[in-house]
Design a protein around this ligand. Structure first.
Ligand code: A4P
Ligand code: MG
Length: 184
């Protein structure tokens, strides 16, 4: 039986749920927490439905640092989330979790050592290009330390946008490995 209009308007709309892929990285072991403990803490914080629920996570892989600043080895991972947050709110949540793990951007250089880095790699099949947020993550296709763990849990995710050309994560990893012989 159809509800009268006045009752229909009181039924709460359930938020849309989307899949998102994130990258995790840490290369600062400190007395308060090891790199692995920081990744575990981030995954625990992200398992917080309905805002974010962790559906899958990759292995934690040890990777040599990429970039111009000499620094220690990273522990990297990827995770797939189910989320009711829109992309900007999800990035804000990731930045909050980074801060809770001692991340202080004011003291670190670009690509410098960090207690915790959480990057939003993919959000459903969306393309976002606005100040402070680019999806897919602009360096996704160049980073073996991102593609190797992501391919463990989402090899068939089609990466939208012109730079990836609609290739899957597994195809991007195969192309990167073929051109650079990249290993973690
Ligand atoms: N921002 C825009 N789009 C996004 C997005 N999709 N996800 C903005 C996350 N952030 C996004 O980020 C700077 C700003 O980018 C954020 O405030 C947000 O508004 P950041 O985390 O301070 O910068 P970053 O991580 O130093 O740089 P970026 O550009 O994310 O570089 P990468 O590629 O993450 O490089 N080597 C190894 N082995 N493993 C690593 O994890 N990471 C880096 C950082 C360098 N070398 C590494 C690793
Ligand atoms: Mg980052």
């Amino acid at each position: 039986m159809a509800l009268p209009a006045t009752q229909q308007s009181r039924v709460p709309a359930s938020p849309a749920i989307h899949l998102a892929a994130i990258a995790l990285g840490s290369n600062i072991d400190s007395p308060s927490a090891s790199r692995a403990e920081r990744l575990h803490a981030a995954l625990h914080a992200l398992d917080d439905p309905p805002r974010t629920r962790t559906l899958a996570r990759s292995d934690f892989i040890e990777t040599a640092p990429v970039g111009p600043i000499p620094q220690g080895a990273y522990l990297n991972a990827a995770a797939i989330l189910e989320t009711s947050l829109e992309p900007v709110a999800l990035l804000a949540r990731l930045l909050d979790i980074e801060r809770a793990q001692g991340r202080d951007r004011a003291r670190e250089g670009r690509w410098g050592p960090r207690t915790l880095d959480l990057d939003l790699l993919l959000y459903a099949d969306r393309i976002v290009d606005q100040p402070g947020l680019t999806i897919p993550h602009p360096r996704l296709a160049e980073r073996a330390f991102v593609l190797i763990p992501l391919a463990q849990i989402a090899p068939d995710w089609v990466v939208p946008g012109p730079s990836a050309g609609g290739q899957t994560v597994a195809q991007l990893l195969a192309a990167l490995t073929a051109t650079s012989g990249s290993r973690p």
